[in-house]
Design a protein around this ligand. Structure first.
Ligand code: PLP
Length: 386
């Protein structure tokens, strides 16, 4: 049975053009970028090209990009690297209550070591208000960290205004752009972003490679120590095939972004309208318009708490979607911290279905979901009879 893959916020299929760019580095070329001989210099040149491609996606300079093994690591490097200087004062951080665990858990750890953390809640629309961020600032605030787009509900946050607020007290601004990079235009200069995390596997590069943008002039404390690669910030022999793949994915995303975003918005709207027509009990969670082009998060009135069962029913029918987030598979029964922060009650906060479209989806995929969904819902037990 062919799988209709509609879980592109969890991970994406590697673009064949990305795979082609990587292939020589898996099969024939294998120099260590730190070696001085010809194979080493070839590898260094490939890493440099990829660095320029990542920088171009963000309107940054190549020297401002640090390669990492994931978005999680990029977030850890930004937060720990800035907030844990040896012998420094812990200070205060403002973040949102709807960040990914890669930010929330890292800050919770630092909090136990003396850092003070304010977690701003979003509105019922899943948008974090820059005014609420501003109100949370203190004279000792060292960092504001607000994600560019949320991984569960897909809402896009007003990062430029949050960055402006951070700078008003001399704090840095970090954004977790793991869900946003490659999906819509990011510009670190225009938006005043000091630190930005991204991850290749969310936009058609392979898993296991990410990057941190670090504005020139900012000094971070490394979190991995060793041979001094990546300007001393991320010791370890570079993942050359992965980095080459990330560079190629950034180049494709940058050149095709405008057309691809409008194609995905049209597919997303076909999906939302189709679902609302077939199942009037459904509602879109999070702001209807300020959302990622291919991202839909649905609630189903009367079937709250049945999301896992629904996604398994759909999976039986060859359709892959997610409930809340892939990361929460480890805590499948727990209500989503994002929905709780938006004001949903704990039962409803367990009931969301996340459907995320990507480059390899088309109208047929959307229609396959629309066809399967009513039958899958018919197999659920309504809340009233439980
Ligand atoms: N931040 C956000 C918003 C995410 O959605 C994810 C992954 O789902 C991550 C960070 C972690 O990225 P990675 O899987 O590359 O560690």
């Amino acid at each position: 049975m062919r799988t209709v893959y509609l879980d592109n916020s969890a991970t994406t299929r590697v673009d064949p053009r990305v795979a082609s760019a990587m292939r020589p580095w898996l099969e024939e070329l294998y120099g260590n970028p730190s070696s001085l001989h010809v194979p080493g210099r070839q590898a260094r040149a490939a890493v440099d090209t990829a660095r320029a491609q990542v920088a171009a996606l963000l309107n940054a300079q190549p020297g401002e990009i640090v390669f990492t093994a994931s978005g999680t690591e990029a977030n850890n490097l930004a937060l720990r690297g800035w907030l844990c200087p040896p012998g420094g004062e812990p200070g205060h951080v403002v973040t949102s209550a709807i960040e990914h665990p890669a930010v929330l858990e890292t800050l919770a750890r630092l909090e136990r070591a003396g850092l003070s953390v304010t977690r701003v809640r979003p509105g019922a629309d899943g948008i974090v208000s820059p005014e609420r961020v501003r109100e949370a600032l203190r004279p000792d605030t060292r960092l504001v960290s607000i994600m560019t787009a949320n991984n569960i509900i897909g809402t896009i946050q007003p990062v430029a205004r949050c960055a402006e607020a951070a700078h008003s007290v001399g704090a840095l601004f970090h954004t977790d752009a793991v869900q946003a990079a490659g999906k819509f235009p990011l510009d670190v200069r225009r938006d005043g972003i000091d630190l930005l995390s991204l991850s290749g596997h969310k936009f058609h590069a392979p898993q296991g490679v990410g990057a941190l943008y670090l504005r020139a002039g900012i000094t971070l404390e490394p979190i991995i120590h060793g041979g001094g690669q990546e300007g001393g910030l991320r010791s370890a022999t570079e993942n050359v095939p992965g980095v080459v793949g990330l560079g190629a994915a950034c180049e494709i995303a940058r050149t095709e972004m405008a057309g691809e975003a409008s194609r995905l918005v049209a597919l997303r709207d076909r999906l939302i309208e189709g679902v609302e027509r077939r199942l009037p009990a459904t509602y879109v969670i999070g702001d209807r318009w300020r959302r990622l082009p291919g991202h839909v998060c649905l609630g189903l009135r009367g079937f709250e708490g049945e999301a896992i069962k629904l996604l398994l029913e759909l999976s039986e029918r060859g359709i892959a979607v997610s409930s809340g987030s892939a990361c929460s598979a480890h805590r499948a029964a727990a209500p989503s911290h994002v929905l709780l922060a938006m004001g949903f009650d704990p039962i409803t906060a367990r009931g969301s279905l996340r459907i995320t479209l990507g480059r390899f989806n088309d109208e047929q995929d959307v229609d396959a979901l629309l066809e399967a969904l009513p039958a899958a819902v018919a197999g659920l037990t309504p809340l009233t009879t439980r």
